[in-house]
Design a protein. Structure first.
Length: 73
């Protein structure tokens, strides 16, 4: 995604990598590359030891991350 709006560019971004993927799969490689690109561009970074549906597998952890990012924790 390309963001051109200067106001939108000022909003902090965080990449959350769900790490419970079979090693060596295309999905694992693509998401790892996206995570590295986000970190290289200065994004915040978090990991969750879940599959691609963290809101179902770890709802408490997802809520904690969202509250932290919103400045409530």
């Amino acid at each position: 995604m390309r963001i051109a709006n200067p106001a939108a560019l000022a909003i902090p971004r965080t990449y959350v990598l769900c790490t419970n993927k079979p090693v060596g799969t295309m999905h694992a490689r693509v998401t790892a590359q996206a995570a590295e690109r986000a970190r290289a561009e200065g994004w915040g970074y978090r990991e969750l030891p879940t599959d691609h549906d963290p809101e179902q597998a770890a709802p408490q952890q997802v809520a904690e991350i969202l509250l932290e990012l919103a400045g409530y924790v």
